[in-house]
Design a protein around this ligand. Structure first.
Ligand code: NAD
Length: 260
């Protein structure tokens, strides 16, 4: 255990796997007490156990970020357990359905907006009473999709939410600066996680006309995806006081994938 985040309390959404799990483990290793949130209680328990086995402190939170009442409960639990909150990593997200526009159903579109965009809003909004007490750092996970890459035909709803998260970050950064709350957004390229396993794009693709996907060309790594740990290292930096003058900033972490 190290001390970069000593005495800090963090919430990490989507902490059951991938980028969120890596960030939760890293923040705990750096001394933060971490509330680990995911839809799945099994995932949450697993991450919390790993934190505790490594000597850290964790609070398990099973919640759906797209539900207002869930997110209100989350912050009540955090306040009761830890009495404060310094860091919010609003990371949970889904690919949703990737399909041509004329085949994308309104409820499929809405689901992606509900989780990725509304979920980000609720995660930030209900954190504010606690964050405003002493200031803090909010980090949002967007993507190269919607910010620099527009070649994944079919990922329209997803890309719209990711672009909106960048606008959200900049609006929030300006509004919250006077409360000493920094707000930044990380924009990963292809990262080796499970996100594709739960996406509905394949079923629709197989049944209907094919959707194009990027070929995974990543200049820095000869096409190899980045890792969750690499993104977690960036998130740790943004969460820490080392980033004390950085706010309202999107940071791409993609091995130059999006510059091709
Ligand atoms: P992942 O599927 O491994 O992890 C996502 C986590 O979010 C899981 O724990 C899942 O249970 C949780 N989650 C999903 N919907 C939720 C909801 N409604 N409420 C609560 N928890 C929910 O995926 P990941 O790749 O680690 O994705 C994390 C973030 O990174 C997402 O916002 C994603 O869009 C973004 N991202 C990923 C990549 C990539 O290549 N993996 C690239 C760019 C951006």
């Amino acid at each position: 255990q190290r001390n970069e985040l000593k005495d800090k309390v963090a919430l990490v959404t989507g902490a059951g796997s991938g980028i969120g799990k890596a960030a939760a483990l890293l923040m705990a290793r750096e001394g933060a007490k971490v509330a680990v949130l995911s839809r799945s209680s099994d995932e949450v328990d697993q991450t919390a156990n790993e934190i505790r086995q490594a000597g850290g402190e964790a609070l398990c939170v099973t919640a759906d970020i797209s539900k207002v009442e869930d997110m209100q409960r989350v912050y009540a639990d955090i306040e009761q357990q830890f009495g404060r909150l310094d860091i919010v990593f609003a990371n949970a997200g889904i690919n949703g359905v990737w399909a041509p526009l004329d085949e994308l159903e309104p409820d499929e579109w809405q689901k992606t907006i509900d989780v990725n965009l509304n979920g980000t809003f609720y995660t930030v909004k209900y954190a504010l009473p606690l964050l405003k007490k002493q200031g803090g750092s909010i980090i949002i996970t967007a993507s190269v999709n919607g910010t620099r890459i527009f070649s994944n035909t079919g990922a329209t709803a997803y890309s719209c939410t990711k672009a909106a998260q960048v606008a959200f970050t900049q609006m929030a950064a300006l509004e919250l600066a006077k409360h000493r709350i920094r707000v930044n957004v990380v924009c990963p390229g292809a990262i080796d996680t499970n996100i594709d396993d739960s996406t509905e794009k394949r079923a629709i693709d197989q049944a209907k006309e094919p959707v194009e996907f990027p070929e995974g060309k990543i200049p820095l790594t000869d096409g190899k995806s980045g890792t969750s740990k690499q993104v977690a290292d960036l998130v740790l930096f943004l969460a820490s006081d080392r980033a004390s003058h950085i706010t309202g900033t999107p940071i791409w972490i993609d091995g130059a994938e999006s510059l091709l």
